[in-house]
Design a protein around this ligand. Structure first.
Ligand code: SN0
Length: 311
C-alpha cells in the first residue's frame, strides 16, 4: 500500500478485514517488519483513540513512533506563492520534506474548518502533505474522511454479524457543536463496499454529499429506518448543504433503548452521554463501542503492515 488516505486505497476490503482479524489473534507476529522504521504522527486537532491505537499498532509491528502536535510547532503556510509576512513561519513544502527525512510513514489528523466548504472539500492539508512528502501518508481523520475508523467499524461488524447480510443503519444524532461529516462519509463508503443491507436516517437538511450517498436509501423517519436493524451507528454531523451549520438539536433523535431494541449500538467515540445516546444504551449489553475502539488498533496495524511490506 502506497498511502491510506481513503478506504479505496485498500485493494480488497473483505480480505483486509480478515487479515486484521488474524492480526488481532497474533498482534506481535510481525515485530521484525517495523524494526528501525519510524512513524511520525502529526496532530492538528485533539485525539485520544486515534493517537493511542495508532501508536500501539506501530509498536506491535516493532516501529518507533514520534508525535508532533502541530499547534506547538511553527504556523504552517499552505498557499503557493504567498508573501509570508504575516502569521505563518514555515511552508508545508519544507515541512513535509523535512519530516519525510525523519519518517518512513507520516500519519496526519487535520479536521475541516466547517466554514469554507470548497477549501475543506479540496483536502488542502492532507493533499499538501501527500504532494510534498516523500514517504507514504496515513489519514488519521481529514476534512472529509476517516478511513481508519471505517475499517475498524467494518472489522467490528464482521466479527459480530450473525446473518449473511445484516441490516446496518447510520443514524444522525443531536449534538451541541458543529461536527465534521468525515466519520459518516467514510462509514457510508465502507458499508457500500460490503455485502450488507445499509441505509441512512437523518432529519431534513442533514443530507451528506450526494456523490457519497448515491444508491443508499435515506429515511427522514428514524423509527421506520431502525426497524429490525442489527447494527445502528449513531453519529452527529453538521449540515453539508448549509455548510457547517447546526440546524437543530432535536432530542427526539437521541438513540434510546426503546428506539434501538435488539440492535447493537455503534459510535466512533467520543460520545456525549444523554445527548447522542442515553446512558442505558452505553451501559447496556448491546453497546459495542468499546470493541470498536479496540479494533482501531488492528485497523491501523493492517494498514501500517501493508505499507511496511511495500517500503
Ligand atoms: C470528531 C468528529 O469528527 O466528529 C472526531 C470523532 C472521531 N468528534 C468531535 O469532535 C467530538 C467533539 C465533542 O465535543 O463532542
Amino acid at each position: 500500500m502506497k498511502k491510506y488516505t481513503t478506504i479505496y486505497d485498500i485493494d480488497n476490503i473483505p480480505e483486509t478485514i480478515q487479515e486484521a482479524i488474524l492480526l488481532k489473534e497474533n498482534p506481535f507476529a510481525h515485530k521484525a517488519l517495523g524494526t528501525n522504521k519510524t512513524l511520525v504522527m502529526l496532530f492538528f486537532n485533539a485525539s485520544l483513540r486515534t493517537r493511542l491505537s495508532t501508536e500501539k499498532a506501530a509498536k506491535n509491528l516493532g516501529m518507533d513512533v514520534m508525535i508532533l502536535n502541530v499547534n506547538d510547532a511553527w504556523n504552517l503556510e499552505f498557499e503557493e506563492g504567498t508573501i509570508m509576512n504575516l502569521n505563518s513561519s514555515e511552508h508545508v513544502k519544507e515541512a513535509a520534506q523535512v519530516i519525510s527525512q525523519y519518517a518512513d510513514i507520516i500519519a496526519i489528523r487535520a479536521f475541516p474548518s466547517l466554514e469554507d466548504k470548497e477549501k475543506d472539500t479540496s483536502e488542502w492539508i492532507l493533499n499538501s502533505f501527500t504532494k510534498h512528502a516523500t514517504v507514504p501518508i496515513v489519514n488519521m481523520e481529514s476534512a472529509t474522511m476517516h478511513p481508519l475508523q471505517a475499517l475498524a467499524d467494518a472489522i467490528t461488524i464482521t466479527e459480530l454479524q450473525k446473518k449473511q447480510q445484516p441490516k446496518v443503519v447510520l443514524s444522525w444524532a443531536p449534538h451541541p457543536k458543529a461536527l465534521p461529516q468525515a466519520v459518516a462519509n467514510s462509514f457510508v463508503k465502507m458499508m457500500q463496499s460490503l455485502n450488507i443491507d445499509f441505509s441512512i436516517t437523518h432529519p431534513e437538511g442533514y443530507e451528506l454529499d450526494s456523490e457519497i450517498t448515491k444508491n443508499v436509501p435515506v429515511y427522514y423517519d428514524q423509527k421506520e429506518a431502525l426497524q429490525d436493524a442489527d447494527f445502528v451507528y449513531a453519529k452527529n454531523w453538521s449540515s453539508y448543504e448549509s455548510y457547517g451549520k447546526v440546524l437543530h438539536q432535536d432530542s427526539n433523535w437521541m438513540l434510546t433503548k426503546d428506539t434501538l431494541k435488539e440492535a447493537k449500538f455503534m459510535h466512533c467515540l467520543p460520545v456525549r452521554r444523554n445527548v447522542v445516546v442515553e446512558d442505558a444504551v452505553l451501559d447496556g449489553e448491546n453497546s459495542i463501542v468499546i470493541q470498536q475502539a479496540l479494533n482501531r488498533v488492528f485497523s491501523a496495524q493492517i494498514v501500517l503492515k501493508k505499507m511496511l511490506e511495500n517500503l
